[in-house]
Design a binder for this molecule. Structure first.
Ligand SMILES: [Fe+2]
Ligand SMILES: [Fe+2]
Length: 330
């Protein structure tokens, strides 16, 4: 388990919407689309202004350096074909993750249309909802339908719960300040480092919109307008996401263990040192701190600092947390 998912009680200050992933169907993710689905896909592509394109080629979408694997002993010991396959899977995982985030974004913006406090906000979120639908279509065009199984993890469980149950201002904080602020940085890296121009173009195009979404979050968020209960829930959400950052690149380590020997605490700790786990965690935590400052979330920043959330764990602590997750997944 990454971190305890906070409990959100049913309240009267919000509207409850379905889970962003409620329409995903188990075991149907990669089935060939039926005729009505193909027609719908044509319609969606036409609405989004996306021309039909060839599927991605099978090579790595990002090179080993992007995942810091070029310095990892376990990776260096693989043969060329195994390296290529591993990098391809790690790249696909990044696209699947982005796809589910865009799915979540489309339900989030729909909810914010309903929760808007004035007409201008309702218009703004309607434009953003169209952006998120286009982002989702762009990524789906690259990798096909979303993977139901991939949505089954604590990060997406909590994101889904927040979008379903949370009230307006904490949602602005979590989604537009934190996640979209972090997303601009992440998508920028994906765009500039991808080996495939089509993937670079997709993320550049999404980035342009995410800048507007995050920027409007900075304008709309007002820490002083949070109720005490909302403040507590914002603090819980911040803690949850920071703890995920502090754990480091779990999914790449999991993929590596599938093609090499399984991890034990000692080999995982050595691996985290080789990939400069601390440097990566430090720069991501610094990003979160700067987002809180930009959003003038001074109380939340002070509380998180007091709780030592921005301390960078050493490789041993990181390895222990990761082993607990791997153990939890059997
Ligand atoms: Fe988006
Ligand atoms: Fe967005």
């Amino acid at each position: 388990m990454v971190a305890e998912i906070p409990i959100l009680n049913q309240r009267s200050d919000t509207v409850t919407v379905p889970s962003p992933f409620s329409l995903l169907k188990p075991n149907r993710s990669f089935a060939a689309p039926r005729e009505p689905e193909r027609k719908m896909q044509y319609l969606l592509r036409s609405c989004a202004g996306i021309p039909e394109a060839e599927p991605l080629t099978s090579g790595p979408l990002w090179q080993a350096e992007f995942f810091a694997l070029s310095r990892a002993e376990k990776f260096q010991q693989l043969d060329q074909l195994a390296k290529k396959k591993l990098l391809h899977r790690c790249g696909l995982n990044l696209l699947r993750e982005a796809q589910l985030i865009e799915m979540a974004g489309s339900v989030y913006t729909a909810k914010m249309v309903l929760l808007a406090e004035e007409q201008a906000q309702r218009e703004l979120y309607s434009y953003f909802a169209a952006d998120e639908a286009r982002h989702l279509r762009l990524i789906t065009d690259l990798i096909g339908a979303p993977d139901y199984q991939f949505s089954k993890n604590p990060f997406f469980d909590y994101l889904s719960l927040l979008i379903q149950e949370e009230s307006r201002l904490p949602l602005v904080f979590v989604i537009q300040v934190l996640l979209e602020g972090w997303g601009i940085h992440h998508y920028g890296n994906l765009a500039s480092a991808s080996t495939q121009p089509r993937v670079t173009d997709v993320f550049r195009s999404i980035l342009h919109d995410e800048g507007k979404h995050h920027g409007s979050g900075l304008i709309l968020f007002d820490e002083s307008a949070l109720t005490e209960e909302e403040f507590v829930r914002c603090g819980q959400a911040l803690k949850f996401f920071v703890e995920i950052i502090r754990i480091g690149p779990v999914s790449v380590a999991q993929e590596l263990a599938k093609v090499a020997s399984p991890w034990c605490l000692r080999t995982l700790e050595a691996h985290l040192r080789q990939i400069d786990f601390q440097g990566k965690v430090r720069s991501e935590l610094e990003l979160i701190r700067s987002l809180l400052k930009r959003a003038k979330a001074h109380r939340l920043l002070a509380q998180a600092t007091q709780e030592n959330l921005f301390l960078v764990p050493n490789a041993n602590a990181g390895a222990e947390k990761m082993m607990a997750i791997f153990g939890g997944q059997g």
